[in-house]
Design a protein around this ligand. Structure first.
Ligand code: NDP
Length: 332
């Protein structure tokens, strides 16, 4: 089988020297393990900070080892209680086949939805959107919401969840006019703007003449600074990620105006979705029902073949994706 190895810590955007496709034999199955054939692989922003040395909330990738990430695989051999043919969501992505511990993987409904949905609308990004919006930012019906990175995997869910849950106004920012159009015309955002065409602060003030109650931050930096300026008294911000810093070569300082945080009694809270497994059941039932009822769009940008994984990853980091960036290796 083939898998992508991590060869060199990147400075800035990863390049071809960062990755190597390696052919290897798989070890025999131990009791409790399955052999899976991966159908779809996820490429995610958090993988980029894992390529830097030094501690974070997950350990860095090790040089010379296979990269990891979430994937949906079909069980093609089993020495566990997971039956042959089942679909497993597991962490041995970036490869064609993998031996996985059944206990560390999650069995999902086979064939009910495309396997890619378990990496997007029914997977990690939508769960982060759900946790951040409803739990961390404490969204309430009638709130005005701003989400950055709005056309991405997490952002596209945040805006739709807010609209479905009765937001007064939902506005998103994204990096192209096509994405801006997509947010308004397809996902139903009230407005959107391209952060590359002018200062975020000016565009955000224009979008929220009556101020903003909830900010869902996927980007950091000038987006966060602008949101602090425009948030209403008692506004809440869920800080989900800071993608504007992940490939930064220069040290980055996020200018937070603490005076405004105090005088407006703002609450800014970072979070990591996997700390909130207690919300998984609510997520499954609420988001599952929206999806089942056809009320939720699940945009995906799909590349094909194991060779395309690095390009899909760096493309996602630079914005070639709308919705969840996915690599498909085999048909469902
Ligand atoms: P996306 O699908 O949103 O893909 C990344 C997007 O980031 C690109 O499409 C690009 O869109 C945008 N981007 C790239 N560079 C910049 C920049 N300098 N400024 C603004 N936007 C930029 O990824 P995800 O939805 O998977 O992740 C979104 C965020 O959520 C990330 O920060 C990620 O780390 C975080 N996250 C956090 C989790 C948690 O538990 N806290 C869980 C999952 C994700 P564009 O064309 O608009 O620039």
């Amino acid at each position: 089988t083939r898998e992508w190895h991590f060869m060199q810590r990147p400075v800035g955007l990863p390049g071809p020297e960062t990755f190597k496709l390696v052919e290897r034999d798989l070890p025999p199955l131990q009791e409790g393990q399955c052999l899976v054939k991966n159908l779809v692989l996820s490429v995610d922003p958090y993988m980029r900070p894992r390529m830097d040395a030094g501690p974070s909330y997950v350990p860095p990738f090790e040089l010379g080892e296979a990269l990891t990430g979430s994937a949906v695989g079909e069980v093609v051999e089993t020495r566990s209680d997971v039956p042959l043919g089942s679909w497993l969501v597991h962490q041995a992505g970036w490869r064609e086949h993998a031996v996985v511990d059944a206990g560390a993987a999650r069995v999902v409904d086979k064939g009910r939805y495309p396997s890619s949905h378990y990496l997007g609308v029914l997977g990690g990004p939508a769960f982060a959107a759900y946790v951040g919006l409803f739990h961390i930012a404490d969204f309430r019906r009638g709130d005005s919401v701003f989400v950055s990175g709005a056309a991405g995997a997490v952002g596209s869910m945040v805006g739709q969840f807010a609209l479905l849950a009765g937001a007064k106004r939902v506005v998103g920012s994204a990096g192209s006019s096509e994405k801006v159009r997509y947010l308004v015309d397809e996902l139903g955002y009230d407005a959107a703007f391209d952060y590359k065409t002018g200062p975020v602060l000016e565009q955000l003030r224009g979008a929220f003449p009556e101020g903003l109650d909830v900010y869902f931050d996927n980007v950091g930096s000038d987006h966060l600074a602008a949101a602090i300026d425009v948030l209403n008294d008692f506004g809440r911000a869920a800080i989900c990620g800071t993608i504007s810093t992940y490939n930064a070569v220069e040290p980055h300082a996020v200018p937070v105006d603490a005076v405004k945080v105090v005088t407006k009694r703002l609450r800014l809270q970072g979070f990591i979705a996997f700390d909130h497994e207690d919300l998984r059941k609510d997520f499954d039932s609420e988001v599952g029902a929206w999806l089942e009822a056809g009320r939720l769009m699940s945009p995906e940008t799909i590349s094909r073949g194991i060779e395309s994984v690095p390009a899909a990853f760096t493309g996602m980091l630079t914005g070639t994706n709308t919705g969840k960036a996915i690599v498909r290796l085999a048909e469902d």
